[in-house]
Design a protein around this ligand. Structure first.
Ligand SMILES: *Cc1c(COP(=O)(O)O)cnc(C)c1O
Length: 480
């Protein structure tokens, strides 16, 4: 006989006593019937259950910790679309204030009350906007001179982040790469200038190179470029990709010149969601002056008590991140940012030193410039080791850590390295736990009797498909 009460009415049924928990989750088609919010929540939540805890993810640069008030503010603004400025004019003003603060952290000489800049979803959009502005300025000048504009190029080191490859592909602008080597670990200004010609729209040094954590020497580049421009009559500018460094240098190394204090630096981009300490997605781009932001890229709104310029690739975008950024500026202030970045750097330095002391490893650079660093296996050690850094990555994953192993860019692509990014939320205590896990993992790998698959593959120089060869740093894959 049918039990009329059996599972009638999901609202009364406990979540794990429901029909839904016996069914596979929808893959191809939308389910026909609704279910309760509790069941829907549980199913979605559980699908992400087995993932790494975000704060143990040492591969990402992106913020994984904000305090409760920031989180509350952002959650409360989750239903606000930034583009609806007429409805939320105060958020547009708050955005402009953030741009002002960024511009002044980077020593903007602009005298306008509202500095020229733009909100972005991340550095990717911010870099694109900086790149497009340089391209349009170059094109306008060439057109005025009656010269061809069909072969633009830009110059960058081979340590570029994947966004620059996208920029090159999507706008069809040739990317000229200055190779990195083990001796030249950052952009070489002399080599960069050799690649420049009348079609060069800009040079892009990087502060906080994704692959290595190092900074390109923008001051040296600016100086060499100034002479080069004088000699050739060009006026090639610099866009600084300061995705990480833009929020590190102003606080920890304010005397170092890499920003608008330099003559040819006309635009700078950064990620608010990296060391800007805001949850994703947030980026910023600032121009040295309004005149470097081509009119074609911007539209002006005048209902804010002044003309505010709006620029962007996306139309709708979340506003919560602006509240998060403005909150952090107020909450932390200059000294608070400095304290957070200082701690991240100290912990990076500690990890760098401790890993440098481990027998199998050698650090790529003997100094730390941003809260991240890479290391590789000592060539002598590697000769007899039965394992690779990919095996270490796998071992650490078992403890919940994500520490990526990847190959360096062209020229030095034979080097498999491992990278740690230290962000707010990573303490000395956690660093010690990680170091212990690394030591334990190495000890067990050293006991192996037979070489691992990746070891065999590496010796034969073949690519292994599958998880062990997920090159987190490979430019043809998603990279963070
Ligand atoms: C992370 C990064 C980017 C891309 O930034 P998103 O904020 O992730 O879009 C660009 N350039 C560099 C140097 C980066 O480190």
């Amino acid at each position: 006989m049918k039990d009329l009460n059996f599972r009638e009415g999901d609202a009364k049924t406990s979540i794990f006593g429901s029909n839904e928990m016996l069914k596979p989750s929808p893959v191809d088609r939308i389910p026909d019937a609704p279910t309760t919010p509790e069941i829907a929540y549980q199913m979605v939540k559980d699908e992400t259950f087995a993932q790494t805890q975000p704060r143990l993810n040492l591969a990402t640069f992106v913020t994984t910790y904000m305090d409760d008030y920031a989180t509350k503010l952002m959650n409360e603004a989750i239903n606000i679309n930034y583009i609806d400025e007429t409805e939320y004019p105060r958020i547009a003003v708050m955005n402009a204030k953030c741009i002002n603060i960024m511009a002044n952290l980077w020593n903007s000489p602009e005298e306008e009350k509202w500095k020229s800049g733009a909100l972005a979803i991340g550095s990717s959009e911010a870099c694109m906007l900086g790149g497009v502005a340089a391209w349009l300025r170059w094109r306008k000048k060439r057109q005025a001179e009656g010269k061809p504009t069909d072969k633009p190029n830009f110059v960058i080191s081979s340590g570029f982040q994947v966004v620059w490859e996208k920029f090159a592909q999507l706008w069809q602008i040739e990317m000229r790469e200055v190779p990195l080597t083990l001796e030249k670990t950052t952009l070489d200004p002399v080599e960069a200038l050799k690649m420049c010609d009348e079609n060069t729209i800009c040079i892009v040094p990087i502060e906080g190179v994704t692959w290595t954590g190092l900074n390109d020497d923008v001051e040296a580049l600016d100086k060499a470029l100034d002479e080069f421009n004088k000699k050739t009559g060009y006026d090639i500018p610099i866009h600084v990709d300061a995705a990480s460094g833009g929020f590190i240098l102003p606080f920890l190394d304010p005397h170092k010149k890499w920003d608008f204090r330099l003559k040819w630096v006309l635009s700078i981009s950064t990620s608010g969601h990296k060391f800007g300490l805001v949850y994703p997605g947030l980026g910023w781009v600032v121009w040295k002056d309004k005149k470097y932001l081509p009119d074609e890229m911007s539209f002006s709104v005048n209902y804010l008590g002044a003309n505010i310029t709006q620029v962007g690739l996306n139309f709708s975008r979340p506003a919560a991140q602006i509240l998060g950024q403005y909150y952090q500026f107020i909450r932390l202030g200059f000294q608070g940012y400095k304290a957070v970045q200082y701690n991240s750097m100290q912990i990076t330095q500690y990890l760098h030193d401790e890993i440098g002391k481990m027998a199998p490893f050698v650090n790529y650079s003997d100094h730390v410039e941003n809260p991240l660093f890479i290391w590789y296996m000592k060539p002598d050690y590697a000769k007899t080791a039965k394992w690779t850094l990919y095996d270490l990555q796998d071992k650490l994953k078992q403890g919940g850590w994500m520490v990526p192993a990847y190959t360096l860019p062209e020229n030095i692509q034979n080097y498999v390295v491992m990278r740690i990014v230290v962000r707010q939320g990573f303490s000395r205590d956690m660093a010690d736990m990680l170091l212990n896990d690394i030591r334990d993992a190495v000890a067990s790998l050293e006991k192996l009797e037979y070489p691992t698959n990746t070891r065999i593959a590496q010796d034969k120089n073949i690519e292994v498909k599958g998880s062990v060869f997920t090159h987190t740093g490979n430019r043809h894959k998603t990279k963070k």
